[in-house]
Design a protein around this ligand. Structure first.
Ligand SMILES: [Zn+2]
Length: 276
């Protein structure tokens, strides 16, 4: 079955789903619960679902995924990416590269199966050096527990890929992808800019907006997940501003599925206009 896709300039990006993630307005910092509840269109005692979107780019003989989904480590509504790839005629073994926005569970736990075997046995991991180094270094004593926990999980996620991790630094390019460091949610959280010619391009947003119904129109709302809330807010404002100013096509991990659209200015803030 053909995948939903968006084409800009000389680049086509296809959309894939890993499923839906049950989340909560209680993660939101800096907004009262009733307001958050109404922005997401109502909740069940605070809970609601957001999509987990992944993306596929086929170019220059490469088959590139953006992020790897959650695997079955989080909720039964997730972990659908490998089968959705197969349904679209793409064997996971044919994936040559996985470009990572950040190494949180809903983006990286799907790299491996229950036995720790790679879902993508031939893929190279492309990740910002700052993100890889933070999650792959040994714990130090005053690290937060949540950091230690995600580091332990990252070791499982990356173990089969250790000899094929490409650490990319600012200004470097991987097959048309340029990293735009957007730290705060995690220290090396990265938006990937995919140039499409004639000054156009795609931007993979990652978790610059984790709760898109709230954080695009209210960029100053942080999340309990953010490791550095103030920095996350700064990064969000900068990236949304860049996306709107440069009219970048968006490939958004948690915006309305399949995740394509544009960020536009709305007063002093922003809105998302889905393209599909
Ligand atoms: Zn996420």
């Amino acid at each position: 079955m053909p995948l939903p896709n968006m084409r800009v300039g000389n680049v086509a990006v296809e959309g894939l789903s890993d499923g839906i993630l049950k989340t909560s307005v209680d993660l939101v910092i800096g907004m009262d619960r009733a307001r958050a509840d109404s922005l997401v269109g109502g909740t069940q005692n605070g809970s609601f679902y957001i999509p987990v979107n992944n993306f596929l780019i086929r170019r220059d003989g490469k088959t590139i995924l953006i992020d790897a989904g959650a695997g079955n480590t989080m909720q039964p509504t997730l972990g659908k990416l490998p089968n959705n790839l197969r349904a679209a005629g793409v064997e996971p073994a044919a994936v040559t590269h996985i470009v990572i926005t950040h190494l949180h569970p809903d983006h990286a736990n799907g790299l491996v199966d229950d036995a720790g075997e790679p879902h993508y046995p031939n893929a190279e991991i492309v990740v910002h050096a700052t993100e890889a180094d933070f999650w792959m270094r040994p714990d130090v004593e005053n690290d937060e527990d949540r950091v230690k926990k995600n580091r332990a999980r990252t070791a499982i996620n990356l173990k089969p890929y250790l000899d094929r991790i490409r650490r990319v630094r600012d200004g470097e390019d991987f097959s048309g992808f340029t990293p735009v460091l957007a730290p705060g949610h995690t220290p090396g959280h990265t938006c990937w800019l995919l140039a499409a010619g004639n000054g156009t391009g795609f931007m993979a947003l990652g978790d610059v907006v984790h709760l898109s119904a709230i954080q695009i129109s209210h960029p100053d709302t942080a999340l309990t997940y953010d490791l550095d809330k103030d920095l996350a807010i700064k990064s969000r404002r900068r990236i949304l501003d860049m996306a709107a100013s440069e009219h970048l096509a968006i490939a958004g991990a948690h915006v309305k599925a399949p995740g394509f659209g544009y960020v536009v200015r709305k007063g002093a803030s922003f809105a998302f206009e889905p393209a599909i």
